[in-house]
Design a binder for this molecule. Structure first.
Ligand SMILES: *Cc1c(COP(=O)(O)O)cnc(C)c1O
Length: 392
């Protein structure tokens, strides 16, 4: 008989009942150091006191009113995002996949009046933009995501990762936009080089193509800058945000320039829950906290120290690890042994990591993880790697 919960997930046999900072606890009191942070969501750790305070204060006042009315908390968060980014305007969603939906719609609507043939969107192998029909259609080469779900939404071309020369040839008079993660998450923590980011922007400027950055995983201070594209100095026309922005509350956003958003007039898009007072109150606290220059500096400083320790770990286990890559506290350990074996060995020693494609294990800790917890993480990773060394 089918499970009462639709069995679409391969879950680890672990159930947590409580969290505190970078730690999660099971019913029987076992504790696990969390280097997954709910897949880059719990940006300030579990049960962050400042978020609990904001959430409970708002919960006692107003949860939801719908977008039929003004929502001051929504406008406040939008103002903050506009002030701190390239963007002029923001739409709030409840997830990353909903942000992908709007990014796709916005790019097509942009061309609808002036050049309606421009409907095609170019993406890259290894990309992940979500699981809605639109978002999976954006990655038609991913058999795992699209098989059996056709017919897919037409108008997407997925190019090999890093194929900048092919990209130049692929942009045509029907291209509406290029959509890319500045650092691929699910694809195995693969950063786009600064040179390629600049080439992308130049190509888009030359051809009028819209540039969409999916910062759902790499954004919100994860890379050590508020948004990962800031490392290259290049800005997009449209940006997708989710995961970390709500610190655990389901919240996403699409940030756009006034020009890119020109087609999105009243009545063209909507969401019942998107931008509700609860989510926006929490989001504002997260954004205020992580955009503080001192907070960003501590992310970069911890990331540099941690990366050095990870290099030491790799040197100590050359048969288990190949390299560390990524930016800030969005790091990936490329493995020589099966990545899932390392993730499972982690469970045995009380450590939570997340697998990604390309045989990578992701390390996505809370952005305020302590130096002591980082040192403990290295010790636990070392223990987990030893069990793989011993198994050969
Ligand atoms: C997680 C993710 C999404 C989808 O977000 P959901 O909130 O799961 O819908 C989209 N893009 C990227 C880069 C992601 O990491």
């Amino acid at each position: 008989m089918i499970a009462s919960v639709l069995p679409t997930y391969n879950r680890a046999p672990l159930a947590f009942v409580r969290g505190e900072g970078s730690w999660l606890f099971t019913e029987d009191g076992r504790r696990y150091l969390d280097l997954g942070a709910g897949i880059a969501v719990n940006a300030l750790g579990h049960a962050a006191p400042e978020l609990v305070a904001v959430l409970t204060a708002q919960a006692e006042k107003l949860w939801h009113v719908s977008n039929l009315y003004e929502i001051p908390a929504q406008k406040a968060l939008a103002d903050m995002l506009v002030e701190k980014t390239f963007g002029d305007t923001v739409f709030f969603t409840n997830s990353g996949t909903e942000a992908a939906e709007l990014a796709i719609k916005m790019a097509r609507k942009y061309w609808y009046e002036s050049d309606p043939a421009r409907v095609e969107i170019i993406t890259f192998d290894g990309a992940f933009h979500g699981r809605s029909t639109g978002a999976i259609s954006a990655t038609p080469n991913s058999e795992k995501m699209v098989k059996g779900f056709g017919p897919l939404l037409p108008g997407f071309t997925q190019l090999p990762w890093g194929a900048m020369e092919a990209l130049r040839g692929a942009v045509s008079e029907t291209t509406a936009a290029i959509m890319i993660e500045p650092i691929q998450g699910e694809g195995g923590i693969r950063p786009v080089s600064d040179a390629d980011m600049k080439a992308l922007r130049a190509l888009c400027d030359e051809t009028g193509t819209l540039l969409i950055f999916d910062e759902v995983q790499c954004g919100v201070a994860r890379s050590g800058k508020l948004f990962a594209h800031e490392w290259s100095g290049v800005t997009p026309d449209i940006m997708m945000v989710a995961k970390g922005i709500g610190g655990g509350f389901p919240l996403g956003a699409v940030v756009a320039t006034q020009e890119a958003a020109r087609g999105m007039v009243a009545g063209t898009h909507g969401s019942t829950y998107g931008g509700n007072p609860l989510g926006c109150a929490v989001g504002a606290k997260v954004l205020e906290t992580v955009s503080d220059p001192a907070f960003l500096a501590q992310v970069r400083e911890k990331a540099a120290a941690w990366r050095q320790s990870l290099e030491g770990l790799i040197a100590a286990h050359p048969d288990v690890f190949e390299e560390v890559r990524g930016e800030g506290l969005m790091l990936g350990l490329k493995c020589r042994k099966p990545n899932l074996d390392l993730v499972k060995a982690g469970y045995e020693v009380g450590l939570l990591t997340v697998a990604a494609a390309d045989n990578v294990v992701r390390l996505l800790p809370a952005l305020n993880i302590s130096h002591a917890d980082m040192a403990e993480a290295i010790a636990l990773l070392d223990q987990a790697a030893q069990t793989l060394d011993a198994a050969q």
